[in-house]
Structures are given as structure tokens and as C-alpha cells.
Design a binder for this molecule. Structure first.
Ligand code: SF4
Length: 314
């Protein structure tokens, strides 16, 4: 239902925060996008949702949505007016902090009514939408500050569902809540996706969370996808050294006293990225070619990985 083709986003004159990113998303699929801060995840989703602000600019690429009925639409080329019709009904977003998404001066019910009225949907849906995410419909008269963090986040998910979009982009929606609420929210997402059939792009720095939630995972580093494939395969045998580093940076639940390895160093300064593979200054298994030639995404066992260790580029 979504084709992202060669999306490149630049900040100002020189900083490429997202370079030639391509992937597809099937109807009802959950794609996880993972990477450290500064890897380009948020830049990518603001390009897809057209929420980017100057100095960020999409320099190249297409984001093609195939609606259930009607012709494909390239979101990059929609006018602001066309986008207004498109948002909420075909594509909606859940932000990291529900306080950023909800208007602090409006009661919850008014915020739902705003969205539903703007798109000609019946207001009678509001109690049902709140119930879907486990929030009591009694809370329609509450202001956001009167709700707990978890309740606000669930309400913003219900708001994203209000006009039954095909795709919901979730930008670290569980980072601001505790682990118990994180689990509750993930269970709601999985159940609602099954019942309503929307697709999800779920952005996070938390690879173990994605291994439980996502169907496929795209790993980003320095603005590029360095590995993309089935979540199960990436969890069992990560091919890219960066993906292995992300996995080994989290404590496993089932192995006692495992030493956490982490990834040495920091993500590169994108004003002056390293030559060759951008990960080479941090890579423990780099080859002589790695600081000279940029590895391309190549298929290995049904997974795309950009690493010279694949042998394809040597
Ligand atoms: Fe490491 Fe080289 Fe692979 Fe980059 S291309 S991840 S430096 S082995």
C-alpha cells in the first residue's frame, strides 16, 4: 500500500539526513524503523508525512500510496490543500509525547470532534474510539493534563484512528511511558491492527521491542537503511555489524548475566560524514575497503544488507 522510492532529505545546503531510502509496506503490515538518535528515522517519517519544516527539504524520491480504491498518489507532490484532505483519512501520525499532539486548552471530546467534523464523520464515534484503546468515554470532558501519560498516549492513538486511515506512522509512541504502560499500548496496537487492517510504520531506538511487534524491520544508520528484512530473521541472525551492536546493547531476558557490549563511539556528524561505509570508525570487523567504498544494499538470504562483509561489493 506504500512505496517509498529513493527519498533523500537535506537540511540546508549540505547535511543529508536521509539518503536514497526505499522500501515498500503491505496493507496491514507493521514495519519497524530502528536506529540511534541522529540516524535519520524522524527525518524519514517527517518526509513521508510531509510534516518537515525548513531547512529540511525532500530533494528526491517518491512516497506513493496505493489507496484501497482509486489511483496511486505521490505524497511528495500533493499540494497543501490536497494534503489536508489526505491527512487523518489515509495517513495519520502518533507522536512521541501525547502532550505535543493534544491541545492542552481543549477537552478531549472537543479534539475528537474537531477531526471528525473536518472530515464529515459522525461524532457518535467518539465513545467507541475511546473504548477501543481502553479509555473510559467519561473522560471526554477531561483536559489532557487531567489524564495520566499512558491515557493521553492511548487517546492520541484513538485520535489517529478516528477517520480509519490506511497507514499510521508512530514516532516512538511508548518512549515517554513506563514499561507496563508500554506493553499495554503495544497490545492495543497489535489488536487494533488485526481488527482494522491499517499498516504501521513504528519508529524507535528499541530493537528488542520491534522484534516482538514488527513484521519487518529497517535499520537506519547515518541517514541510510543498512539492513531491512523479516523481524524474525533480523532477531535470530542480524547480518549488519550495526544491527548486531544494537541487539547486543540490550540485556536479554532469557540469558543470565550476559555482558552488554554496546557500540563504541557515536553516530557520525552528518555535516562531514566518514568516507566509504559511514559505520567504519565504529566497526570492529571492518575491512581495508570499508573506509573507501560505500557498500550498497544487496540481497543476502532474502534480506537487504549494506556491508562489504556480504562479499558482493569486493
Ligand atoms: Fe563494518 Fe565494513 Fe560492513 Fe561497514 S561495510 S559495517 S565498516 S564491515
Amino acid at each position: 500500500m506504500l512505496e517509498v522510492n529513493g527519498v533523500t532529505v537535506q537540511y540546508g545546503q549540505a547535511v543529508k539526513a536521509c539518503v536514497d531510502v526505499s522500501f515498500t509496506l503491505a496493507r496491514g503490515e507493521i514495519l519497524g524503523v530502528v536506529g540511534e538518535s541522529g540516524s535519520g528515522k524522524s527525518t524519514l517519517i517527517t518526509a513521508i508525512t510531509r510534516l518537515q519544516r525548513p531547512p529540511a527539504r525532500t530533494m528526491a524520491g517518491q512516497v506513493i500510496h496505493h489507496p484501497r480504491d482509486g489511483e496511486p498518489v505521490d505524497l511528495v507532490r500533493l499540494s497543501e490543500r490536497e494534503l489536508r484532505r489526505y491527512r487523518w483519512t489515509s495517513l495519520s501520525i502518533v507522536l512521541q509525547s501525547a502532550m505535543d499532539a493534544l491541545n492542552p486548552l481543549m477537552r478531549l471530546g472537543e479534539q475528537f470532534a474537531d477531526v471528525l467534523k473536518a472530515h464529515g464523520r459522525p461524532l457518535e464515534r467518539i465513545p467507541e474510539l475511546l473504548r477501543m484503546v481502553g479509555v473510559s468515554p467519561d473522560r471526554v470532558r477531561a483536559y489532557p493534563h487531567e489524564l495520566s501519560g499512558g491515557m493521553r498516549q492511548r487517546a492520541s492513538i484513538a485520535l489517529a484512528l478516528a477517520c480509519e486511515p490506511d497507514l499510521i506512522v508512530m514516532d516512538e509512541p511508548t518512549t515517554a511511558v513506563d514499561v507496563v504502560m508500554q506493553r499495554v499500548i503495544l497490545q492495543h496496537i497489535v489488536r487494533l491492527r488485526r481488527e482494522l487492517g491499517f499498516a504501521v510504520i513504528f519508529v524507535t531506538h528499541d530493537l528488542p521491542l520491534l522484534l516482538e511487534l514488527a513484521d519487518r524491520i529497517a535499520v537506519m544508520y547515518a541517514g541510510r537503511i543498512v539492513e531491512i528484512g523479516d523481524a524474525a530473521g533480523i532477531g535470530d541472525v542480524p547480518q549488519h555489524p550495526y544491527t548486531r551492536g544494537l541487539r547486543d546493547a540490550f540485556p536479554p531476558l532469557r540469558v543470565a548475566n550476559k555482558r552488554l557490549l554496546g557500540i563504541p563511539g557515536s553516530p557520525p556528524d552528518l555535516r562531514n560524514p566518514p568516507a566509504g561505509c559511514a559505520f567504519h570508525p565504529r566497526c570492529a570487523v571492518r575491512l581495508a575497503v570499508c573506509d573507501q567504498v560505500e557498500p550498497l544494499l544487496k540481497d543476502r538470504d532474502g534480506r537487504l544488507t549494506a556491508c562489504h562483509l556480504n562479499g558482493a561489493d569486493q
